[in-house]
Design a binder for this molecule. Structure first.
Ligand code: ADP
Ligand code: MG
Length: 386
């Protein structure tokens, strides 16, 4: 549990941010960025870089590493600062408030804009809880390749933002995606709590049915959520539902899609049975107990193809991300199909210089082969109009 101390945001100078950004840029090619390279990128006169580095280090925004050579890398806090600063500069937020959620691989904060509107900021922290897993996967996948948590967290945020927009466009109840930068996703704050905190429902049948419909709608769009459970469904006092948490979603064309779908369904059934004492199997008035994967998907695959033809989403991004998230039923490694693309995706989806905001949508068509499914098309659509 990390506190996000944003005090220093106020007194850091333009030069400090310039140096912080230089470290970020250097990390594109170095796990630890040589001080001399930071200095070159920052281009400050009279040893200014080193003064700034000292201050950044004191504020825990960078980490100093002397083991091989004199160098620096960003800390999570440093990356947080860059993202928050960019959002502040854009005028979408003006202050950071209390932490409202600690997920497995994210921290969520209340943030505010100048008009006093409160929103939710999700900072992805891939590799926080499972750094060793990430590392061993990385080692397994490509010797010497530089897969930083910055890169992975950024990919997760890009994907989550794109999906949140796309799902809203398809009438799913999700938070409204407002903006994103680096590993941060800005969205509306939902006035609801996780279903996990609820022990009694006014209308369990209605809520249960809506959840099954959501799963069906997603599958109909070509998607499996893969973490559809009582922690990722928010429920309001009037029992309105909002689905959250999308970085692990996969396409229905994923080799494990069926099992993943059924696992999602099972999670809901189990929660209702064990925690709420509502047993779907015993409710004769219930229309669908468990939606069948084939039936809900059948409709989708044909029109997904069409969407794909117009899409330029980067398959390799999805592949890279999938490998690091737990999308395989057995918890093992995901598809190895995209090895050779790791380098280019790292290059292209990695940190894009100073404001780091670009979610590329350029390479039109070349990855859009027909075996892809809806998630890719949706994300692409969202990226292109975003
Ligand atoms: P993780 O991927 O780490 O599980 P989540 O997106 O599930 O992160 O968010 C973690 C917790 O933060 C949620 O369980 C919920 O309590 C809270 N939360 C996340 N997004 C919102 C939001 N838009 N509005 C209100 N609460 C939210
Ligand atoms: Mg969650």
């Amino acid at each position: 549990n990390m506190k996000l101390d944003t005090n220093a945001l106020r007194y850091l100078t333009k030069e400090d941010f310039r140096v912080l950004t230089a470290v970020e840029m250097g990390q594109k090619n170095h796990e630890i960025v040589p001080s001399s390279l930071v200095d070159t990128i920052a281009g400050l006169k009279h040893g200014g870089t080193f003064k700034c580095l000292k201050l950044l280090l004191r504020n825990k925004l960078v980490h100093h590493d002397n083991s091989k050579y004199d160098g620096y890398r960003l800390t999570y806090l440093g990356y947080d600062y860059l993202a928050i600063k960019a959002l502040v500069n854009r005028g979408v937020i003006s202050s950071v408030g209390r932490q409202i959620g600690v997920g497995k691989e994210s921290d969520i904060f209340e943030v505010m804009n100048d008009e006093g509107q409160v929103m939710a900021l999700k900072l992805h922290r891939l590799g926080r809880t499972s750094f060793r897993a990430v590392k061993s996967k990385r080692d397994y996948l490509q010797k010497g390749s530089h897969f930083s948590w910055l890169y992975l967290s950024r990919l997760a945020a890009v994907k989550e933002f794109a999906f949140m927009k796309a799902l809203a466009d398809h009438a799913l109840s999700v938070p409204q995606a407002i903006d994103h930068n680096r590993h941060a996703v800005l969205m509306t704050l939902v006035a609801a709590r996780p279903l996990a905190q609820v022990r009694e429902l006014g209308n369990p049948r209605r809520v249960y049915t809506q959840l099954m419909e959501m799963l069906g709608t997603l599958a109909g769009l070509g998607l499996v959520h893969c973490d559809f459970n009582e922690f990722n469904v928010l429920i309001s006092d009037t029992e309105e539902l909002t689905l959250i948490d999308f970085p692990q979603m996969v396409s229905v064309a994923h080799p494990n899609a069926r099992e993943l779908f059924e696992r999602d369904v099972e999670c809901v059934v189990r929660f209702f049975t064990k925690k709420l004492g509502y047993v779907p199997e015993r409710d004769e008035a219930l229309e669908v107990i468990r939606p069948g994967f084939q039936e809900v998907v059948a409709v989708a695959l044909s029109n997904v193809d069409q969407q794909l033809r117009a899409s330029g989403f980067r398959l390799e991004h999805q592949n890279v991300l999938e490998r690091f998230l737990d999308t395989s039923v057995g918890g093992g490694l995901g598809s190895k199909a995209a090895h050779s693309e790791d380098d280019s995706s790292l290059e292209e989806a990695g940190m894009h210089g100073v404001d780091g905001s670009s979610s590329s949508s350029s390479s039109r068509g070349e990855h859009a082969t027909t075996h892809l499914a809806g998630d890719v098309a949706l994300a692409s659509a969202a990226m292109q109009d975003g």
